[in-house]
Design a binder for this molecule. Structure first.
Ligand code: HEC
Length: 154
C-alpha cells in the first residue's frame, strides 16, 4: 500500500516536469506551421491594401506602371521592368528600393498618395520578402459577373 502511494507521487512529479515541456514543444510546433500565413494576413495584406492597391490592383483595373500588387501572380509578373519581388533577396527586389525612396527609380507610395511609409511598415515588408514572400492570394478573374470558381461549378 505504501509503495503504491510513493509510486503515484513519483509519477506525479515526473509529469509535473515533463508535462509543461511537452506543451511548450507542441505549441511551438503549431506556431511555426502557421506563422507565414498568419504573418501575411495580419501584417502584410493590410499594408498592401491600404497603401498600394489604389494604384496597383488588377481587381480594381488599376495597374500603374503595369504593376498589380493584389495577387502573387501580379508581383511575379511585375511591372514594366519585370518582377518587383525576388523572394529571400531583399537587395534584388525593386519593390524594396521603391519603398525606401531610392533616388534611382520610382518612389512608392508617391508623395501625393501620402509619401514614404512609416519605418515600421518598411521593416515589415522587408521582413516578408526576406522570409520568402509567402502570398496565398490568387486573382479572381470575373467573367459575366462570376468568379473563376463559380464558373467551374457550372
Ligand atoms: C497614387 C498611386 C500609387 C500608389 C498609391 C502606389 N504606386 Fe507604385 N506606381 C505608381 C505609378 C504611377 C508607377 C509608374 C512609375 C512612376 O511613374 O513612378 C508606379 C510604379 C511602381 C513600381 C515600379 C514598377 C515597374 O516595374 O516599373 C513599384 C515597384 C511600385 N510602384 C510599388 C508600389 C508599392 C509597394 C506601393 C505601396 C506601398 C505603391 N507602389 C503605391 C503609382 C502608385
Amino acid at each position: 500500500m505504501r509503495c503504491r502511494v510513493f509510486d503515484l507521487a513519483e509519477r506525479a512529479v515526473k509529469w509535473a516536469v515533463i508535462g509543461p515541456g511537452l506543451i511548450i514543444l507542441l505549441s511551438t510546433g503549431v506556431q511555426s506551421a502557421e506563422t507565414d500565413e498568419h504573418f501575411f494576413e495580419a501584417r502584410i495584406r493590410p499594408i498592401l491594401v491600404q497603401r498600394c492597391e489604389a494604384c496597383h490592383s488588377s481587381e480594381k483595373g488599376k495597374t500603374k506602371g503595369g504593376l498589380a500588387l493584389d495577387s502573387y501572380a501580379g508581383w511575379q509578373k511585375g511591372g514594366e521592368s519585370g518582377p518587383v519581388i525576388v523572394p529571400r533577396n531583399v537587395d534584388e527586389s525593386p519593390l524594396i528600393r521603391a519603398i525606401q525612396y531610392h533616388e534611382d527609380g520610382p518612389q512608392m507610395p508617391p508623395e501625393e498618395a501620402g509619401g514614404k511609409l512609416p519605418e515600421q511598415e518598411i521593416a515589415l515588408l522587408t521582413e516578408w520578402i526576406a522570409r520568402g514572400a509567402h502570398d496565398p492570394r490568387v486573382v479572381q478573374i470575373k467573367r459575366s459577373g462570376m468568379t473563376e470558381a463559380q464558373l467551374h461549378a457550372w
